[in-house]
Design a protein around this ligand. Structure first.
Ligand SMILES: [Cu+2]
Length: 213
């Protein structure tokens, strides 16, 4: 990253803070494309489900409240602390490395596991477990909602390597409960571009043809 892009980002944040009269926080969610969200600081993802059709993600940050996003593709940043909490028992939620890409196909919001017809359930489980980040217990969330609260079986993940990752329900028959996570450097190139575009647009509106500098 260049010194120039740093100052560009800082300028953008200052402008944003003045516009919305909030603290200068970078914690925000950007919709990059359909079902694809950049979440540029650590948040707590609450994960429900719609039957076996998909996981429903909800989270809150400075951008607002996101509720019931179905199997979103999440773009997350290195070094941030993200937590993943199932909201009910069943549908164990696991995070896998990119070796899972050999048995996943689809597009943002509509990924699914694609084991060949006839693959034994035990073999699917073996493949899912092999791809799950280690230790598996730390990267699987399947709370048993029995008293006393709070339930503590959630995933805390501080990504330390860029690349593609995947989440899935480990129940072998629930192939559609699958989605993608992409880890990017911090601050993300995407964020800098979005910030630069927004800042440039603001400058154009504000200067209105006057020579300001
Ligand atoms: Cu499931």
């Amino acid at each position: 990253m260049t010194k120039n892009s740093h100052s560009r980002l800082i300028q953008f944040c200052v402008v944003s803070g003045l516009l919305v009269l909030t603290p200068l926080s970078h914690a925000s969610t950007t919709l990059l494309s359909t079902s694809k969200y950049l979440v540029n600081e650590g948040v707590a993802f609450s994960i429900g489900n719609s039957g076996t059709a998909g996981f429903l993600f909800s989270w809150t940050d400075s951008t607002g409240v996101f509720s019931g996003e179905s199997d979103p593709t999440l773009v997350l940043e290195i070094g941030q602390t993200y937590t993943f909490q199932r909201t009910a028992t069943g549908h164990p939620f696991a995070i896998m490395d990119n070796s899972a890409s050999t048995f996943i196909a689809g597009s943002d919001g509509a990924y699914a596991r694609t084991f060949p017809v006839g693959t034994l359930a035990a073999d699917m489980t073996t493949a899912i477990n092999a791809a799950t980040l280690a230790p598996i217990a730390d990267f699987t969330a399947s709370p048993a909602p029995t008293p006393p609260a709070p339930n503590t079986d959630f995933i805390t993940w501080i990504p330390n390597q860029v690349g593609d990752y995947w989440y899935t329900c480990t129940v072998t028959g629930h192939a559609n409960m699958t989605g993608k996570i992409t880890i990017v450097p911090e601050p993300s190139v995407v964020g800098l571009i979005a910030g630069g575009v927004a800042f440039a647009a603001f400058r154009r509106r504000r200067s209105g043809g006057r020579s300001t500098e």
